[in-house]
Ligand binder design. Sequence first.
Ligand code: NDP
Length: 255
Amino acid sequence: MSTSAPSVRPVLLVTGGGRGIGAAVARLAAARGHDVLLTYRSDAARAEATAEAARAAGATAHAIQADVADPEGRAQCFAALDARFGRLDALVNNAGITGPTGRLDETPDAVWEEVLRTNVLGLAACSREAIRRLSTRHGGRGGAIVNVSSRASTIGGGGEWVHYAASKGAVDTLTLGLAREVAAEGIRVNAVNPGLIDTELHAAAGLPDRVARMSAGVPMQRGGSAEEVAEAVLWLLSPAASYVNGALLPVGGGR
Ligand code: NDP
């Protein structure tokens, strides 16, 4: 009779996992052996379809409505995580918005506040909740966090969305600081910095032809896919990246 313990699937929380890069991460993580809790803000049907695809790949997967910009949404998210899975192994802070495009002199405070509340405060607060569950200092087993930043953090977003680029600059800096802060507690913190990725983000910002228009400016002459970003995220989460901490990994075709 075998005495080995039954293998436990690691649990991944991915924010904004209903579509785009987050959905690709959820599907690939399920195929690579994770169970998945994914959150969405408004599109329940898309999020449920992604959870269904993760279940088809063999995972236990749930989609829950939780706005990362809202303290109540975050509380509901982590309560659902505790109730449904009772453990956490990895967090992918993917939920993010650009807000409307515009020059700085056209961008009102309200846009800055919404973008920073979602992209920076939401990410920081979800990380704080995750650390309370992952950290060996809090009795956890350790784990990994991957933040979905952007190449905009170094390019600057000028003329289009300085507010968005600045929020991603904060994500990069937060990644570097947190990686040092929690490394000794068994948690690795890294970021991916996608370039031009063909998702609905561009149309949501009112620029439906942006990927086609800007592809020629990418050294590889094309936009990337959500799946190509997901591969980088899953590598950073995996034991193959066990000594990678505080990395900002460009996934931008050389852009
Ligand atoms: P999409 O707009 O296609 O998807 C964004 C997802 O995030 C949606 O599922 C949306 O949910 C969710 N979301 C947005 N705000 C919130 C919130 N407050 N709480 C919870 N969920 C939220 O974008 P992408 O997949 O392209 O982007 C994913 C990440 O990648 C973002 O952080 C983005 O900044 C980053 N990125 C994208 C690039 C690109 O070219 N596409 C390039 C560089 C970085 P719902 O639909 O339910 O509202």
